[in-house]
Design a protein around this ligand. Structure first.
Ligand SMILES: *Cc1c(COP(=O)(O)O)cnc(C)c1O
Length: 375
């Protein structure tokens, strides 16, 4: 299985079932006490920032850009190799995305090219902590402060990851920029039983503005002071998340253990054919995805071969953002862009099964099957 949410649930079934039943019996399906309780616990886990719940990770990104008062035509810098949510939210608000290529080793935004993409219209950078490890936040925050830019972290894949700054201080992914955005989609590091998301900020007035925008721009009930949206985390999802948050670190540890197994065996038996993921300096890796690279001509045949052996794999992501039709009219192109690393990544990545219930036996079958393919 590519993910195994069923067995993860079975292990904590009683706790989860009780928590859900409490909500059902209380009949406070929206804004029940579970929502603020979960947000308090998550805030504590993150080291004490404001946590504002919302309906999903894509909404979180849109609300973040609205809360920072980004205006049509403002430029926002987004990595070219990622999920579409950040650029989609930017385009909905008529902002101008400027795409930046990635570091081919970490798949995260390349900070040198980021610097070159800044213009006098640039207002924000959206670093995406892809596959579970943090971007180079030392450099990104430096660049942002030099140019007076907002930083909106997309930590939908990296909740629980930790970054160590050059001064030695350690911070959780999503708490380093002006706003952090995350998703509680079922397969994420901390997933609920439906859709959910949240925003993080250390800034009190910004947190109030975020809360207001997520609730129809209401300052108080029926006092609409700005254009907002309707984006809520419901009580059942919050109850599930509150139970699972206690296990988040052990879930991450299981993923890291599985990743270590893969990496060790790839280095021992598949060197030359398969490249294991690189963990960047200064960050932990939560291994939301375990993504190998192979020569481009092997990518799809290897995926198909593994599929025939009953081993599901995924190509995250097959098409770079700059080639997606929907966003073409919005993007500002820069002279220096070639997107060679994004293009190469799209043709060479393959994400192997990774989840909290993965056994060494399943992993061994995957490694053996890859060996057979390359024989
Ligand atoms: C999942 C994801 C999102 C969107 O989250 P949803 O809850 O599905 O809206 C945004 N960015 C990244 C990087 C993601 O992986």
């Amino acid at each position: 299985m590519f993910v195994n949410l069923k067995d993860q649930y079975i292990k904590i079934k009683h706790e989860i079932d009780d928590a859900i039943l409490d909500v059902v019996q209380s009949a406070q399906y929206i804004n029940g006490p579970q929502v603020s309780l979960f947000c308090d616990h998550l805030s504590h886990y993150l080291g004490g920032c404001h946590v504002i719940p919302c309906a999903n990770g894509t909404d979180a990104l849109q609300i973040a850009m609205m809360a920072l008062d980004l205006q049509p035509g403002d430029e926002v810098i987004i990595p070219n190799f990622t999920y579409a949510a950040p650029i989609e939210a930017a385009c909905l608000l008529k902002l101008r995305p400027v795409l930046v290529d990635i570091n081919p080793l970490t798949f995260n935004i390349d900070t040198q090219q980021l610097q070159q993409a800044i213009s006098h219209k640039t207002k924000a950078i959206i670093p995406v902590h892809l596959f579970g490890q943090c971007c180079d936040m030392d450099k990104i925050l430096n660049i942002a402060s030099q140019h007076n830019l907002f930083v909106i972290e997309d930590t939908a894949q990296a909740l629980g990851a930790e970054y160590q700054f050059s001064d030695g201080s350690r911070h959780k992914a999503g708490t380093m920029g002006h706003i952090g955005c995350t998703s509680f989609f079922p397969t994420k590091n901390l997933g609920c039983f439906g859709d959910g998301g949240a925003l993080f900020t250390h800034n009190e007035s910004l947190s109030q503005r975020i809360r207001m925008i997520a609730s129809h721009g209401q300052q108080s009930k029926y006092q609409h002071v700005c254009i907002g949206c309707n984006s809520r985390l419901d009580s059942i999802q919050a109850a599930v998340l509150d139970v699972k948050l206690k296990y988040l670190d052990s879930y991450i540890a299981s993923r890291q253990q599985a990743a270590d197994y893969y990496t060790q065996h790839i280095r021992e038996c598949l060197a030359g054919s398969v490249t294991a993921p690189t963990i960047a300096a200064n960050t932990t890796h939560t291994f939301h995805q375990y993504t190998i690279t192979v020569d481009a001509h092997h990518q799809v045949p290897l995926k198909d071969y593994l599929s025939q052996q009953g081993i599901p794999t995924m190509i995250y992501y097959p098409i770079p953002i700059h080639k997606q039709k929907a966003y073409q009219p919005f993007i500002r192109h820069t002279e220096s862009e070639s997107f060679s690393a994004s293009n190469t990544a799209c043709q060479s990545v393959l994400s192997l099964p990774i989840h909290t219930e993965l056994t060494p036996e399943e992993q061994s079958l995957t490694i053996t099957a890859i060996q057979h393919y390359f024989k």
